[in-house]
Design a protein. Structure first.
Length: 404
């Protein structure tokens, strides 16, 4: 058997040492013969009854006598003994105190290394698993960190950038520069430095701080961004994750939307003016028609009622018909003979259809329900002779003089 040797301090109380080890323990006489044994026998050592047998034979160690054993394996030291099949145990020889000036015997302790080796292997496996898991976590973190579309930074508690992802490098530096080692202030406009610094002092773990800022790009130009700060607490220190989301496109979309709203508002005002003008023209046209009817047709009707001669009444009737046709065919385009039977509301609907307005727009402009507009369209088609035909009311009205 081979052995290695490690120094240890002499125990002040051998009984306490024995109690602490709880291993295979042999109590011997002054010649090294076993008087008593406690603890389980080490299975790979010789299976012999230990009582009266020298301890070096029981432990199968290379020694021919007690003196030889004590010489090779000095007392009060720990020796690792290599046994069969690659097994090993620890050997400690402890002299018992002298009594009346003479040696009273020895305590020999054999500690099987197999449980310790198994424990070591278990811890080694767990350590390897932890190292692998840690490496996998770092790989996963780098994957998320580098593939993030937003500029992302890791900052220490002094405000120094210790890492920046690919998006951050592209957004905030020129190709030949690196952000690591720079102060976070190079990322923001001056008026936002104190706000972020204060947030780093006050933010707690798992909290999130957000603020719209002006960020600085690689050309030292400012652009709108949303800053998000999170605190990452480790055992002995903290880091900060800073994300800068570029709001340039969002702000441009907002401006475009506002421009469109302003344009729609202007068109709405213009459309209201058109509707007002149409209404004024309608009233003017109605007034002119009323005046013409009073001046031209009412006198003829009066004569018809007072005349007793059928020929005279027929003449007046023809005269009224001619006058009505003249009114309908007036070059001013105020009326069309096929539209004389429409109600004023139906005429308003026709005017807007002729202008190309949809049913929903007409309902909004005339302050009526969409279903009411559809009813008017149905009645108009009937009165102008389009009922049952495939002709479009819009096409029909576009062929007429302007109703506005």
């Amino acid at each position: 058997m081979n052995d290695t040797m490690t120094r240890t301090s002499p125990p002040s109380d051998p009984g306490g040492v024995v109690e602490a080890f709880r291993d295979t323990i042999y109590y011997t006489d002054t010649c090294g013969k076993v008087l008593e044994a406690t603890g389980a026998r080490i299975s790979y050592l010789p299976a012999i009854e230990p009582k009266g047998i020298p301890f070096w034979k029981i432990l199968d160690i290379k020694a021919t006598s007690l003196a030889d054993a004590l010489h090779k394996y000095p007392p009060l030291k720990i020796h690792e003994i290599t046994a069969c099949e690659g097994n090993s145990f620890l050997l400690r020889i402890i002299p018992l105190p002298f009594t009346h000036g003479s040696q009273t015997g020895y305590i020999v302790i054999a500690t099987d290394n197999r449980p310790m080796e198994a424990l070591y292997e278990s811890y080694e496996e767990r350590l390897e698993d932890n190292i692998t898991a840690w490496a996998d976590s770092i790989t996963l973190f780098n994957a998320f960190f580098d593939t993030s579309l937003n500029a992302t930074f890791l900052i220490d508690d002094h405000g120094i950038i210790i890492a920046a992802n690919t998006a951050a490098q592209k957004q905030h530096t020129r190709s030949e520069n690196n952000l690591a080692g720079e102060n976070f202030q190079c990322l923001l406009g001056k008026r936002f430095h104190s706000g972020l610094r204060n947030a780093m002092y006050t933010i707690q773990n798992k909290e999130e701080w957000k603020q719209n800022v002006v960020a600085i790009d690689g050309e030292n130009e400012g652009f709108p961004a949303e800053a998000t700060l999170r605190k990452i607490t480790f055992t002995e220190y903290s880091l900060y994750q800073l994300i800068l989301h570029d709001l340039t496109e969002q702000e441009e979309l907002k401006e475009d939307l506002q421009d469109q709203k302003d344009e729609v508002k202007e068109k709405e005002i213009a459309l209201r003016q058109v509707i007002k003008s149409v209404e004024e023209d309608r009233k003017k046209m109605q007034k002119q028609l009323t005046s013409q009817v009073k001046k031209q047709m009412l006198p003829a009707l009066e004569r018809i009622t007072t005349s007793n001669t059928p020929e005279i009444r027929e003449g007046y009737k023809n005269l009224i018909e001619d006058q009505l046709v003249d009114l309908a065919n007036d070059s001013s385009g105020e009326f069309d003979s096929e539209l004389l039977r429409l109600s004023p509301r139906e005429m308003e609907v026709c005017q807007l259809i002729q202008l190309g307005r949809s049913g929903k727009e007409i309902a909004h402009l005339l302050n009526m329900a969409f279903e009411t507009v559809q009813t008017h369209r149905k009645n108009i088609r009937k009165k102008v002779g389009l009922r049952g035909r495939k002709a479009s009311l819009y096409t029909y009205l576009r062929q007429k003089p302007s109703l506005s």
